[in-house]
Design a protein around this ligand. Structure first.
Ligand SMILES: Nc1nc2c(c(=O)[nH]1)N[C@@H](CN(C=O)c1ccc(C(=O)N[C@@H](CCC(=O)O)C(=O)O)cc1)CN2
Ligand code: GAR
Length: 216
């Protein structure tokens, strides 16, 4: 049974999707813990309701990023996870932390990287008038949101979309591709080799294009 630790900062809908996915006994994955940098993160209640151990490493209690990162790393290692899954985790991690978890640290980002790295991706996509938006699962590197891409989902931007409608449509796609990426890892199909994603056999999924706004 492979184990993962999931890091959150907020409501935890991706956490919920991952917990639902690992409930499938065919997917031999155990969530060893859910760790949040925010004590009030609603996702902690999602974890508790599922009987998953939780921990908080509050970034506000540390004088600088390096000491926070070190405390976070120690907390993660205490749970002995093989994969660290960032699911709405909203802190930029330092180079030393990222390098110490290289190849076993993944993130989901709410845009089609390399477009729109950083924050407020849906607002920026709407402001730029793009007609296709989406989400990306990638290995985490020190460079923000520029890690090797594992899988992406494309969604249409529809007339009349606002941030709420677009973010909900992207979130529905996130809930599809993050469990897929974790499944590939659990099956031993997904590796990061010399900075490149290796998926064997190759994925047979087309980009997820959600047409109907009623999907959300
Ligand atoms: N070194 C890396 N750290 C992180 C990455 C990464 O690719 N490399 N991905 C992010 C997740 N993320 C986007 O997907 C992201 C999260 C947070 C921020 C950000 O600007 N955070 C601010 C604080 C914001 C807040 O607390 O609300 C900050 O850290 O100062 C940008 C992108 C996770 N980490
Ligand atoms: N840059 C990181 C980032 O913006 N991540 C995004 O935060 C949301 C968390 O929602 P959730 O807590 O419901 O999973 C998700 O949309 C995720 O892609």
């Amino acid at each position: 049974m492979k184990s993962i630790v999931i890091l959150i900062s907020g409501r935890g809908s991706n956490l919920r999707a991952l917990l639902d996915a690992v409930a499938d006994p065919a997917l031999a994955v155990r969530v060893a813990a859910v760790i949040s940098n925010r004590p009030a993160a609603a996702g902690l209640d999602v974890a508790r309701a599922a009987g998953v151990p939780t921990a908080v490493v509050d970034h506000r209690e540390f004088g600088d990023r390096q000491t926070f990162d070190a405390a976070l790393a120690e907390c993660i290692e205490g749970f002995g996870a093989e994969l660290v899954v960032l699911a709405g985790f909203m802190r930029i991690l330092g180079d030393a932390f990222v390098r110490s978890f290289a190849g076993r640290l993944i993130n989901i980002h709410p845009s089609l990287l390399p477009s729109f790295p950083g924050l407020d991706t849906h607002r920026r996509a709407l402001d730029e008038g793009v007609r296709v938006h989406g989400c990306t699962v990638h290995f985490v590197t020190p460079a923000l949101d520029h890690g090797p891409i594992i899988v992406q989902a494309a969604v249409p931007v529809l007339d009349g979309d606002d941030v709420e409608l677009l973010s909900a449509r992207v979130l529905a796609a996130e809930h599809q591709i993050y469990p897929l990426a974790v499944r590939w890892w659990a099956e031993g199909r997904l590796r990061l080799e010399e900075g490149r994603v290796r998926l064997t056999p190759p994925a047979d999924v087309a980009p997820v294009t959600l047409i109907s706004p009623t999907v959300v």
